[in-house]
Design a protein around this ligand. Sequence first.
Ligand SMILES: *Cc1c(COP(=O)(O)O)cnc(C)c1O
Length: 401
Amino acid sequence: MAHRTTELIHHPYVAPAGFDAPQPGVFKASTVFFDSVAAMRSREWKDKSAYTYGLHGTPTTYALEERLCALEGGLQCVLAPSGLCAVALVAMAVLKAGDEVLLPDNIYGPNKAFAKGELANWGITHQIYDPLNAQDLEARISPATKLVWVEAAGSVTLEFPDLVGLVRVCKARGIMVALDNTWGAGLAFAPFDLIPAQSPGLGVDISAHALTKYPSGGGDVLMGSVITRDVGLHMRVKMAHMRLGLGVGANDAESVLRSLPSMELRYRAHDQATRALARWCTGQPEFVQVLHPALTNSPGHDHWRVLCDNGPGGAAGLLSVVIDPRFNQDQVDAFCDGLKLFRLGYSWGGPISLVVPYDVPGMRQAWPDRIAKGTVVRFAIGLEAVEDLQADIAQALLAMR
Ligand SMILES: *Cc1c(COP(=O)(O)O)cnc(C)c1O
């Protein structure tokens, strides 16, 4: 008779298989068991045929990966502990010393910081291109160019690039294109099939997505994904992912699985409220420009129409305004502090509306003519009633005057 603790640890009861319920189970593991040494030696970790170690996947993470592939129209997916980590993983998987990466000037700031920091330290150079000018991208391509990032809409100023044009430039030269697909989220456009009617299969090679935003939807989970449609490319990402020891917690994966079914409805609701507020903002004299791709005079609106103007839910929940330069930084800060429903905080995609004032000149190589001069304030619209959000902005504007 073994000791009680040993018996507890090796208890023979196994619950019957076949449990079926709406939500997939949460499988947590570092260790995964094998029946024999032979099984241990022969177990394949690179695909979803079996299990080898928690970092290489569990039923919970496999289920999330497959659903994200369905969302974005990809074939393979790896999960990373944050959106930024997914972005960095792409570069680490495909670049080596001597290579160059091209980034749009309005890319997610920390992506640029990674290029200026780690990539530069590793002998990988970068150049910044104008996201609204495919010729500018083309002119910067050299034999060293091995990766081009695109982001639609770009961060903070929400200029919508000529995504099709940019992808075409890269395809013509055999250069890999990676998209930061956090804004589109797989709902505004199909990253691997941008214009299916005209050019089936024309799309990016890699989609990186901050699941922290709409897939989580709660402001409480950090996670990222890297999705591909090519096995060889996926294996490069997968090997870098394995060697870096990246993985996600099962409870976090379960949170995202739980939120995914409502994502499209939430995205549409964010979208509709944001469009209504954007239109209202255009009538406020303090705002010299309203940046939102569905507004006809917002930079890149025509590009947005080509890809996303195909029904409800094509414009996400972000909106930026340029505040008239006659208001100084203290006044702009007072406006942001004066908001009551909008909370000050980074990130987006959750139920609570957020606001952040940005120092755009400090973030960009060039301030393009298409963006008015002034302080940029970005709103991330949550799921509150749009009338309440509008009243909140109106009262905070009064405080600024
Ligand atoms: C938030 C965000 C990321 C990074 O996601 P984290 O999970 O916060 O690291 C990357 N790209 C874009 C466009 C984002 O908005």
